[in-house]
Design a protein around this ligand. Structure first.
Ligand SMILES: NC(=O)c1ccc[n+]([C@@H]2O[C@H](COP(=O)([O-])OP(=O)(O)OC[C@H]3O[C@@H](n4cnc5c(N)ncnc54)[C@H](O)[C@@H]3O)[C@@H](O)[C@H]2O)c1
Length: 337
């Protein structure tokens, strides 16, 4: 599937965070559609180290890359030496910057800011020096509990992660202004689901988490009132579309990537049960979080206008497309992992 006329063959493409969910999908997209592209992955990969919330410090996993034939550089965003190595060895035409602490519940401000923001200056400088197109991952977390539809320009981050992405956007805006010839696009992903997210563990989408609960014969467990808690769930294939279209924007900028059609957590559980032919009902339990976001909906008007991004996957279709992979991961990783 080619989303525009750009020929990425013979181009050198850097994907930071390429062992993670979105980065690995991008890597395979290029490998499958542009076999002559030189694809370079930069990722810290996972170690056993955890944050104080018990979650792993990085979710990158080699299994996301089985079948990938490009270059892999294991390196850390926090190491100027590792980033320097990249600069010395390659001259990039396109940079997709996905690496980050992606866990919204890491509250150590210092490590989140260091990892997500400090390295961004180096990535921007790399793009500037090599005249590379830079597409980087921002996040809907920049909006905090701003009312729907969440619109670029009306941010209110409420955790260190959301703030780090907000800070990246502000730095990117400055670069866009100071270097009008650069192409820089920040993509604010909403709730992404799809293949290769399993290794995000507890931070993977509820689609795979509920899917695996149901496959194990359990009743899906949802917060009370889950039919009223809605999110803009976006399928990985739409996220790939957005990244490709972001390489030829009408204007550099920061853009939302969602469907603009919010759906409830209950919908996810119900669609999965329908797909899997089960009738377990739902187990409800009280929502332990205060200040929990009840409604997100991406305002995608500027993404349509300046990127040509048009979401193609409704929740039903996305889950249907994803189901085989949910089952495969259950078999291979949950039962026999
Ligand atoms: N998945 C979503 O729903 C979503 C939503 C909004 C924004 N995002 C953003 O999109 C990007 C990709 O997210 P994802 O879902 O693929 O997450 P992910 O955690 O699967 O991928 C991030 C990758 O970055 C790597 N990484 C982490 N710290 C690193 C470091 N210090 N040096 C080098 N590599 C490091 C990890 O090993 C991992 O492979 C992230 O920037 C994330 O914040 C994701």
């Amino acid at each position: 599937m080619k989303y525009n006329t750009i020929d990425f063959n013979h181009k050198t493409i850097l994907i930071t965070g390429g062992a993670g969910f979105i980065g690995s999908n991008l890597a395979f997209y290029f490998q499958e559609n542009f076999p002559e592209a030189v694809i370079v992955i930069f990722d810290r990969f996972r170690s056993e180290e955890t944050f104080s919330n018990g979650n792993l410090k990085s979710f990158g996993h080699y299994k996301n890359l089985i079948g990938f034939h490009g270059d892999i550089v294991c390196g850390d965003l926090n190491s100027p030496h590792d980033l320097q190595q990249l600069k010395e060895k390659y001259r990039f035409d396109y940079i997709f910057h996905e690496a980050a602490i992606s866990d919204t519940r890491v509250y150590d401000q210092k490590i989140v800011m260091q990892t997500n923001v400090n390295s961004f200056y180096t990535i921007l400088e790399m793009a500037l020096e090599t005249e590379a197109v830079l597409v980087y991952a921002s996040s809907a977390a920049t909006y905090g509990s701003q009312p729907s539809p969440q619109t670029v320009g009306r941010e209110g981050p409420e955790n260190p992660y959301g703030f780090s992405k907000y800070a990246m956007d502000q730095i990117a805006y400055r670069y866009m202004k100071e270097h009008p010839n650069m192409t820089i696009v920040g993509l604010r992903y909403f709730n992404v689901y799809g293949a290769r997210e399993f290794f995000k563990d507890k931070t993977a989408s509820t689609v795979i988490q509920f899917g695996h609960q149901i496959l194990s014969g359990k009743t899906p467990r949802l917060f009370e009132g889950s039919d009223k808690i809605v999110r803009d769930f976006v399928y990985i294939k739409d996220v790939i579309q957005a990244n490709i279209k972001a390489c030829a924007p009408k204007k550099s900028g920061v853009y939302n990537v969602g469907t603009s059609k919010p759906r409830s957590f209950q919908d996810i559980a119900d669609i999965l049960q329908k797909e899997l032919g089960t009738h377990y009902g739902t187990d409800y339990f009280p929502n332990p979080f205060t200040g929990y976001q009840m409604h997100t909906q991406a305002d995608i008007r500027t993404s349509e206008e300046f990127l040509g991004y048009v979401p193609e996957w409704e929740l039903e279709a996305g889950i249907h497309d994803y189901l085989g992979e949910i089952k495969r991961m259950y078999e291979e990783e949950v039962l026999h992992g």
